[in-house]
Design a binder for this molecule. Structure first.
Ligand SMILES: Nc1nc2c(ncn2[C@@H]2O[C@H](COP(=O)(O)OP(=O)(O)OP(=O)(O)O)[C@@H](O)[C@H]2O)c(=O)[nH]1
Length: 297
């Protein structure tokens, strides 16, 4: 049998379960999941290695109606990802009605479906009964024509292997694209920034959904120690009032954010970490292309 290799990405409205599915396929936490929408801001690749294939999964941010420069940038990332992959999985949760958001995405996907096969994936089947799952498959079929339709549950591990096979079948023949063992080719610094941002948003997402950006200025082993990494990072907010929210009473919240982020960074990098975290106010960074570039968007 010939070896196959190529790229896949999952699309779907926020919270559809794309990151969780990526993690279930890759078998290690490389994309950051959360219970609130739009936390996946970077195209993080996870890699499924098999004897007969290598599947590279690109995790895209949710497509949405752009209202700010950041929104437009995010959509650009989505479109350029779609045009680069061999197969797209369109995720719709089993326990939520197929709605206008899904139809909006389907309309956009239809434009690429002639060149790139699109699989319809009903996710989170553990949250629905058989009838609901069947109804959802039918509802999904209504919105566009799919190359395949499949129900899965990333949490329960239901049909994840089957989905992997369907994705692999759509890849072209070719040698592995990455060396064995690579989980992601996203720079560590980006992952670390994402973990800090995630910790900072915990519990205040409704107040500050898109107002936080994080840059990691420096990551260096502590002099004379090979078991301790110094991480210097800035957390950007748009207004002084938001700084107060992040800081909390007497800076207590920021300390919690710091230790929470540090725990995750240590788990990711497998080393002890000293996290030096400072807040900066960068006025309207979301609307300013120059600031966006500086913050890595
Ligand atoms: N019960 C159940 N929950 C799931 C499953 N997959 C994802 N979830 C939950 O659904 C929520 C959203 O999942 P994510 O994987 O972050 O969704 P996403 O589509 O990547 O979200 P964005 O990054 O916001 O676009 C999280 O709370 C997950 O734990 C599943 O198979 N079963």
């Amino acid at each position: 049998m010939n070896h196959r290799s190529g790229f896949a990405c999952f699309v779907g409205r926020p919270n559809a379960g794309k990151s969780t599915l990526t993690n279930a396929l890759v078998g290690s936490k490389i994309a950051i999941t959360s219970s609130k929408p739009q936390t996946t801001r970077h195209a993080i690749r996870g890699i499924v290695h098999r004897d007969d294939a290598q599947l590279v999964i690109v995790d895209t941010p949710g497509l949405h109606r752009p209202r700010t420069v950041l929104g437009e940038r995010l959509n650009d990332i989505v479109y350029s990802t779609w045009s680069e992959v061999d197969v797209v999985g369109f995720c719709v949760p089993a326990n939520e009605k197929v709605g206008p958001g899904d139809k909006f995405i389907a309309n956009e996907l239809r434009k690429i479906a002639k060149r790139t096969p699109v699989l319809g994936i009903v996710t989170k089947t553990d949250l629905a009964n058989r009838q609901q799952i069947a109804d959802q498959l039918l509802a999904l079929q209504e919105v566009m024509e799919f190359a395949e339709l499949i129900p899965v549950s990333a949490s329960a591990g239901f049909q994840v292997k089957q989905l992997e096979d369907l994705l692999v079948q759509r890849l072209p023949e070719g040698p592995p694209l990455y060396p064995d063992g690579d989980l992601t080719d996203e720079p560590e610094q980006t992952l670390v920034a994402e973990l800090i941002r995630e910790a900072a948003l915990e519990g205040v997402r409704d107040e500050l959904p898109h107002s936080i950006a994080v840059t990691v200025e420096e990551m260096l082993p502590r002099e004379g120690r090979d078991d301790l990494l110094d991480v210097h990072a800035f957390l950007y907010v748009e207004r002084p009032s938001q700084k107060g929210i992040i800081l909390g009473h007497k800076g207590e919240r920021l300390r919690t954010v710091g230790s929470e982020a540090r725990r995750h960074i240590e788990a990711l990098l497998g080393t002890k970490v000293y996290l030096d975290l400072h807040i900066k106010v960068a006025k309207d960074w979301q609307r300013d292309p120059k600031q966006l570039r500086r913050l890595g968007f």
